[in-house]
Write a protein that binds this ligand. Sequence first.
Ligand code: DGL
Length: 271
Amino acid sequence: MADNRAIGVFDSGLGGLTVVKELRSLLPDEDIVYFGDTGRVPYGTKSRETIRKYAVEDEKFLLSKNVKLIIAACGTVSSVASDIGAKLPVPYFEVVSHSAVSAVNETKNKKIGVIGTAATVNSGMHKKLILELLPEAEVTACSCSMFVPLVEEGWFAEDDAVVLGTAGRYLKPMLESNVDTLILGCTHYPILSEAIDKVLNHKVRLINMGTSVALSVANYLKENDMLSEGNKGECTFYVSDKPDNFTNTASILLGNDFDEQKVEQVDLNSL
Ligand code: DGL
């Protein structure tokens, strides 16, 4: 039996759009409801308690939109609050575990890098999962706290001097430890992937968490007979602050898949 309810996706801001992009290419007929908590971004520099509280509120909002499944399209929430998501009344997907599997499958020299927000890196979640799958792996992890504000500001061009300088400084440990695979452990980071690739001399395989999770969601929907039938693949976006920056970057990132008429500001306190 088909399930025509939308897929719910949330992030602290724009980053989850990298997951939406991957979902659109694999599941073009599925409707998507997206929530970006732009009024409270960034999450990654906040305490575990605060991030968990935000995750509960974001998930409650998506449930109020009658979604059939929820994706925490946020490395930070996935790292510190997935136990909460696992108790939701609809299937829940986080982005961390699938990316660890992809990294282990891709690496040749068993040297894997992880970059993410401070909360994500401090949680040690990627490292733990990688070592469970490949105990002899060497994992180098570091947080890149300035990446999220750069993306939210719309600074992500590969030839932007500030972006390249910032990436060069953060990614030095990755060059020094000779990683051949790097998990972009924050969903904002694929937006900077061209600059990151350049700084790493085009020699490191970049793992986009959106690609890995979109594939798992597609398989899950097929296996559980939950694909929609006759939907037109509409995306509706909700944000918790004024939509301007979100709208600009979303239209660059999603192109024709983005309709700026479908962005609405909401107040989570009114739920
Ligand atoms: N995009 C998010 C992540 O994947 C959140 C970044 C942030 O808000 O700090 O971690």
